[in-house]
Design a protein around this ligand. Sequence first.
Ligand code: NAP
Length: 495
Amino acid sequence: MSTPISFSSKSDPRDLRFVVIGAGMAGVLTGIRLREAAHEDWVIYEKGDRVGGTWRENTYPGLTCDVPSHIYCYSFEPNPGWSRRFSPGAEIREYFEGVSRKCGVLPRIQFNEEVTRLEFADGRWRIELKSGRRDEADVVIAATGVLHHPRYPDIEGLDSFEGARFHSSRWDHSVPLDDRRVGVIGTGSTAVQITGALVPRVAKFSLFQRTAQWIAPQENPAYSEEEKAELRRDPEALRNLHESLALDFHERFSNGLIDANSPQMKALEEICRNHLETAVRDPVLRERLRPTYRAACKRLIISGEFYPAIQQPNAELVTEPIERIEPGGVRTRDGRLHELDVLVLATGFRVDRFLRPIEVIGREGITLEQAWAERPNAYLSISIPRFPNLFMLNGPNGPVGNFSLITIAEMQLHYILQLVAEIRAGRAREISASESAMARFSTEFDAAAKNTIWASGCRSWYLDSRGVPAVWPFTYQRFADEMAKPKLDAYELRP
Ligand code: NAP
C-alpha cells in the first residue's frame, strides 16, 4: 500500500525544504516518510509540548479508542504489546511518542511553536510562528488534525457557574471528582466514555442529553501476557491480525456506510436496537435513550459500559432541555435546578476549521478564508486550487467517518510524496489541484453523499454548512485506487 518513494539523492535536481505542521499521528508519519525518501531539509512545528495530537489533548477519564488497537497503529510499526482490544488513550499517545523516537523524528520536532501564517510568494511558502520566528519552505504539509478546536455551547449563564467547568478536551485534572456531583453536557463518543468511567467514582452523575444516540455493544478484553508474547514471537501473526481487522473494518463496515440501504447498515441497526432492548431494563429509560434516526447517521458510538453506567442509582439521564446555567448548576426547562460541583462540556469540536486559525495566503493573494467562504473544500481532501505545494492530511472531504485515520494518512502521504517527486525532479515548481478537477470532484462527491447513511436525517458534525455530509462517500477501494497514483491531469503544474 505505502511503499516508500525512494530517490537516488545524487541525481536529485532539487533539494526541497519541507515544513510539516503538527506532531500528531499524521505529522509523525510525515517525518518518518520524509526520512525514508531521503529528504534532508525538514522540520515539524508543533504548538503543544509533546507528540500525540488528539491523544495529547484528550485526557478525560475513560478515554479509549473505539477502533481496534491492532489497526489503530502504523501498518509498518505494528505493536504486539497493546494491553487491550481497544486500548486507553495514554497508551496510544505513548505509542506515537515511542515510534517518533525510534524512527528518528522526535529530534526534528520543534515544540511550543505555533504556525500562525503561511504566505505563498515567489514560489515558496513563507511561514510565521507565534514565537516571532520565520521560516520558508518549498512544500508545506498540514497534519493539523480534525477534532481539536473545542466547540463551546452557546448556553445562557455558562460563565456564571461557580463550580469547576471545562471542555472534555481540556480536562482539568486538579479538580477532584470522587464523591462529587458531576454533570456532563453531550452524548457523543466522548460523553459516553466519560459516563462509563465517572459513574462508579462520583456521588451524583447527571448526563444532559439533547439527542439520544445509537450505541453498538463492545467487549474490551485485555490481551494476556501469553497472547502478547505470541505476537512478539510471530511477526506474521501480528501482520495477519492487522490485515484481517483492516479488511473487516474497511470492506464490510465502511463500504456499508456509503449506502443507507445496504445490508450492513440494516444489520448494524439491528445490533444497536438489540443492545438497547437487552441492556436497558427500565422501559421508560429505554424509550428516552431510543434515537429517532438511523444507526450510524451520526458517528456511531461503541460502548459496553454506557448502558450499565447510566442505570446506576447515582446516575441520571436528563432529557429535559437546558434552560440556562446558574452559579449552582444547570436549570432545565421544567424549572428544576440540577446542582453540580463540576460541569463537563462534552460538546464536540469545530470541525470546519482544518488549518485555521492559521492565516493562509495562496497564489495572487487569495486567502483560505476566501477560498473556503462557503465551506472547506479540497480535491481528494489533499490539495486546494491556487494553494500550490500545500498538502493536507485528513483535510476536507476525507474518509473521517469511514476508515482508520491512520490508514488514510498513510495512503494520502504516499500520494502527496508522488506529487512532491514531480517538483523534486524538476518537472514542475508549483503543483495544486486545478479548478476544473476540484469542480468535477465536488459534483460527483455531492451526488454520492446523498446516498450515504450520514444523509439519512440527523444532526451531526459530518454535515457541512449546506447539510451535505463532508465525508468520503465512495468505497474504500476507490480511495485506495485514487491514492495509489496521482492523476496529474487533475493538477495545475507550473514550471
Ligand atoms: P460530538 O460527537 O460532536 O458530540 C457533542 C455532543 O454535545 C452531542 O451530543 C451534542 O448534541 C451535544 N451538544 C453540543 N452542543 C450542545 C448544546 N448547546 N446543548 C446540549 N447539547 C449539546 O463530540 P464528541 O463526543 O467529543 O466526539 C467528537 C468526535 O470525536 C466523535 O464523533 C469521534 O469521531 C471522535 N471521538 C472518537 C473517540 C474514539 O474512541 N475513537 C472517542 C471520542 C471522540 P446533539 O447530538 O444534539 O448535537
